[in-house]
Design a protein around this ligand. Sequence first.
Ligand SMILES: NC(=O)c1ccc[n+]([C@@H]2O[C@H](COP(=O)([O-])OP(=O)(O)OC[C@H]3O[C@@H](n4cnc5c(N)ncnc54)[C@H](OP(=O)(O)O)[C@@H]3O)[C@@H](O)[C@H]2O)c1
Length: 314
Amino acid sequence: MAPQAILVAGATGFQGSAVAQRLLSSGKSVHALVRNPSKPSALALQKLGATLFQGDFDSVPSILAAAHGCDGLFILTSPTMPSASEVTHVENIISAAKTAGIKICVFSCVARAEAFETGFKEIYARNEFLTGYWRAKARIQEIVQEAGFESWTILQPAWLMTNWVAPNSVGCWGEELKKKRVLINAYAENTIVDLTDGEDIATFAWVFFDKEKGWEGMEGKLVKVASEGLTISEIAKAMTDVGGVEVGVKFREMGEIEHLRPVHPIVATQWWQRVDGTMVDFKEVKSYGLKLTPFKAFLERNKPALLEALGAEK
Ligand SMILES: NC(=O)c1ccc[n+]([C@@H]2O[C@H](COP(=O)([O-])OP(=O)(O)OC[C@H]3O[C@@H](n4cnc5c(N)ncnc54)[C@H](OP(=O)(O)O)[C@@H]3O)[C@@H](O)[C@H]2O)c1
């Protein structure tokens, strides 16, 4: 039977809020685990009918209080320093969920985490933070797979579209995007960047929880979610079209990339996309028959945040 009450861990974030809102709009009860109940995104969920539970992924009792009465679980965690803490966070969430008797779990991870050790570890060899990041994500996937849930799926976003709008744009593109409207990057001109909207993660999670058409294809699987793949110049063109101001691209020199890869997570990850990457099979994504959000539609929906990223607020 489809779960009726879902514990959403990470409910105040981009993906978690989208998931919670989608579940609420389809008539589910949502227990939102939040660190700060007065955060605007927490209050917005409360207004839509979610029950807020103040807690932290470090505290099993706080997660357990939120898990009681739930039969479904959505997990979204954040990378940590040291990276092992993210693994502990997921162990804590799962331990509380199992104690509360939750049987159905959706976890949002990252595309190709399972391929890190055998597939692309060497590409990140000199970057300690990202080695820890990927190792943690791969381990967490195994923990979810081995947890003994009656039913589970692992959704894998590729490059989150939120990287190109405020507030995340600053961390991804530095001040240059806001001040000079240029995407300085380590991709090649022909690198395809697979793009994911958090709303599409919500669509996949909702279909799985609601046992709607296509959910069986996700059962016990790693499911990549992305709507399209664009080059960085196509991304800049979409930002220009929607933002109404010219956005340029600048490709970093090879020497600069080599110098920055060990210390600059964004450069290292863009390089990974250039030589290996998320490898989304769009035919497979389409096989679920779900309507996904093109990048331009995401930008239209988030136009104030795009304008803020471009220093072009009205
Ligand atoms: N950027 C990309 O292109 C990309 C691609 C694929 C996968 N990912 C992965 O996607 C995730 C980011 O997704 P997002 O942007 O939707 O996340 P987000 O907006 O940063 O949300 C993170 C959520 O986790 C909560 N949280 C973090 N630590 C917590 C703790 N100790 N206790 C309780 N709650 C805690 C945050 O709460 P607060 O609101 O209190 O902070 C927030 O609700 C990361 O795990 C990242 O590795 C990113």
